[in-house]
Design a protein around this ligand. Structure first.
Ligand code: NDP
Ligand code: 8X3
Length: 252
């Protein structure tokens, strides 16, 4: 029987590249996201290779999450790997200038959305048991502070600690949990973060070599494909051309 991966945020970036990577290895795909046309295009692209089930889903809506999971076709059960990838950053500016609504959107998506999907799929992952994986997409922003990261970084710190804590409770079930924390990667992430400012997005990635969506998809597939007895707790991946910076000192 083919292994099944459930990917949130499969309409772009890491999620979309992961769908292609798992398909190349013969996994069956459950692909979700809010943009139906993109899900359909990806299904059209990959359905010749592997079974593909698509579901429009806003992870913030816990009832919708439960419905999508309840309506999974038998052929796509049980789930072996959950890739909790859907997420976003907003308002890369000082905290004191940010609209409360933007903070709420990040909390609702990156924290509550990830929790909604995890809760709904845990029974299926437990049915798989040995070899099952939850791969949570965190960020270097969950480990390292920087200006303009405010709630985004804090939400990814939640992802890290939730991953570790889940591991504790799932001990003995065979279900593995990983916090995969990428650094700068060129996707639609900055376009979303700047609310559609293509010039700002282009400027961020210009003149350097960011990670690609495919780089991270490769990591995700690798983690999911390790022998059952290996759990990678956390991976932090930066491009070679990104590193930390010095402390900021306020001077007279
Ligand atoms: P993209 O913007 O390219 O993709 C984000 C995906 O998340 C889209 O498929 C989008 O789908 C989905 N998404 C956003 N909000 C929701 C929602 N409410 N419900 C369901 N799906 C949602 O960005 P990336 O691929 O770069 O980001 C993927 C993950 O990686 C995020 O969690 C991000 O925080 C994290 N990350 C990104 C880094 C980067 O530099 N790019 C670095 C470190 C971590 P749709 O709009 O169709 O719903
Ligand atoms: C996004 C990566 O470097 O913008 O999670 O914080 S970064």
């Amino acid at each position: 029987m083919s292994k099944v991966v459930f990917i949130t945020g499969a309409t772009s970036g890491f999620g979309q590249a992961s769908a292609r990577r798992f398909a190349a290895d013969g996994w069956s795909l459950v692909l979700s996201g809010r943009r139906l046309e993109r899900l359909q295009a990806l299904q059209d692209e990959l359905a010749g290779q592997v079974p593909v089930h698509i579901a429009t889903l806003d992870v913030r809506d816990s009832d919708a999450v439960q419905k999508v999971v309840a309506e999974l076709p038998e052929a796509f059960l049980p789930i072996r790997t959950l890739v909790n990838n859907a997420g976003l950053a907003l308002a890369p500016e000082p905290a004191q200038n940010v609209a409360l609504e933007d903070w709420h959107t990040m909390i609702d998506t990156n924290i509550k959305g990830l929790v909604n999907v995890t809760h709904a799929l845990l029974p299926s992952l437990l049915r798989t048991g040995k070899g099952a994986s939850i791969i949570n997409i965190g960020s270097i922003a969950g480990q390292w502070p920087y200006p303009g990261s405010h709630v985004y970084g804090a939400s990814k710190a939640f992802v890290k600690q939730f991953s570790y804590n889940l591991r504790c409770d799932l001990q003995g079930t065979g279900v593995r949990v990983t916090d995969l924390a990428p650094g700068i990667a060129e996707t639609e992430f900055t376009l979303v973060r700047t609310k559609g400012n293509q010039a700002a997005s282009d400027a961020l990635y210009r003149g350097t070599t960011a990670l690609s969506a495919e780089d991270i998809a490769e990591q995700i597939h690798y983690i999911a494909s390790l022998p059952d007895h290996i759990n990678i707790n956390r991976v932090e991946v930066m491009p070679t051309r990104q590193a930390w910076s010095s402390f900021a000192i306020d001077r007279d």
